[in-house]
Design a protein around this ligand. Structure first.
Ligand code: SF4
Length: 359
């Protein structure tokens, strides 16, 4: 992570300590990636061990059930839902009917790829020790009942009181990992597939590091588990060309997937360290959102919120309950943006998409 990104995330005060952390973190991430590369380079990664696979799937089967949250009236945030807009949180807790509209088919397929790959990756992690022996530095921690420390086996709902407001956070991580070089240390593991392409994924990670919403997710997990470090791991579903494309004239330079005789990385582990400030910032935000829900007034609309509409299931409802003055304001801002150097930029596109959605 570069200097600017560190300052933006943690402020100047903690930068020095964090730079040390991130220096070690870069080495840890390298070890993590080398371990996974060694696993996938091995011909044995193409098949699974029956005993391990059975234990893994029996665990999955045992957890296929539905356990409702306790009926305590508290606003409950899922860790991956800690970056939602105020209005979406409000609508969800007001039990507004979720909109189930058909989507573009490839998106459904993409979601299916993401869900399938994480399960397979977890099964691979369960094999690391057997396949790599002492070279398996990062392996699943084992829960008290013998389960692999992942998903439902690690699900916790924790009630929190912050700034005088009570709410709950639920967490269900992709994994909690042991580290063979330091048996006392645990790492949170979150895994994200990327469909945008291997060139784009590397460009974004090199420039910005792990995504802000993913860092909020692991911050929520750090609050609940008291584990402050780990990896957000990104894997591009688009792979480098099977053989080098460096000499292929039909591929523009910016689209090449090999560089200096090597494929671009399709799998990147981004180390993170969560500070008390990051935890407090998240808790401030969640307690504020919970209070909005308890107060029962629909939060006002603003332009920034439109950056979060992508996966929102309340789009029509949100537009339906928009006040005239809010709609007028959004239209005015959109007009101004379209005549400025903001035209066509992400913020402008988000606002236009919001205004274009039917009610
Ligand atoms: S449509 Fe956008 S602004 Fe409205 S609730 Fe959903 S995320 Fe928020």
């Amino acid at each position: 992570m570069n200097n600017d990104a560190l300052t933006a995330l943690y402020g100047d005060n903690n930068k020095r300590i964090l730079m040390d952390k991130y220096e070690e973190g870069a080495e840890l991430a390298q070890l993590f990636q080398s371990q996974f590369d060694a696993y996938y380079a091995s011909p044995t990664s193409s098949f699974h061990d029956n005993k391990i696979a059975r234990k893994f799937y029996e665990q999955r089967l045992r957890h296929i059930n539905f356990t409702p949250y306790p009926n305590d009236g508290l606003v409950t945030f899922g860790a991956s839902g800690t970056n939602k807009c105020d209005r979406e949180i409000f609508f969800k807790n007001a039990k507004v009917k979720v909109e189930k509209t058909p989507d573009i088919p490839f998106r459904g397929r993409q979601r299916r790829v993401g869900s399938a790959v994480i399960e397979y990756l977890q099964l691979d992690i369960a094999h690391m020790e057997k396949r790599l022996g002492n070279d398996a530095l990062f392996t699943f921690a084992i829960a008290s009942d013998g389960d692999y420390a992942m998903e439902d086996a690690m699900q916790v709902r924790q009630v929190i009181e912050h700034n005088g407001v009570k709410f709950a956070i639920t967490v269900k991580p992709d994994g909690i990992l042991n580290y063979a070089n330091d048996p006392e240390r645990r790492f949170i593991f979150e895994y994200k597939t990327k469909a945008s392409g291997v060139v784009e994924m590397n460009g974004k990670l090199d420039y910005n590091g792990a995504q802000a919403d993913h860092l909020r997710q692991v911050t929520a997990e750090a609050i609940v588990y008291g584990i402050n470090e780990g990896f957000v791991v990104y894997e591009s579903m688009h792979k480098p060309s099977w053989f080098s494309d460096e000499e292929r004239k039909s591929i523009p330079k910016t689209r090449k997937t090999w560089y200096n005789g090597k494929p671009l990385p399709d799998f990147r582990a981004m180390y993170f360290y969560i500070t008390d400030e990051m935890k407090n910032e998240l808790l401030d935000d969640l307690s504020r959102q919970a209070e909005l829900v308890y107060n029962g007034e629909i939060p006002g609309m603003n332009v920034e919120m439109t950056s979060k509409c992508g996966f929102c299931p309340f789009k029509s409802h949100c537009k339906k309950v928009l006040m005239d003055v809010e709609l007028t304001r959004l239209i005015e801002v959109e007009k101004t943006m379209s005549k400025s150097n903001m035209a066509g930029k992400q913020e402008h596109t988000n606002l236009r998409n919001y205004l274009a959605e039917g009610v």
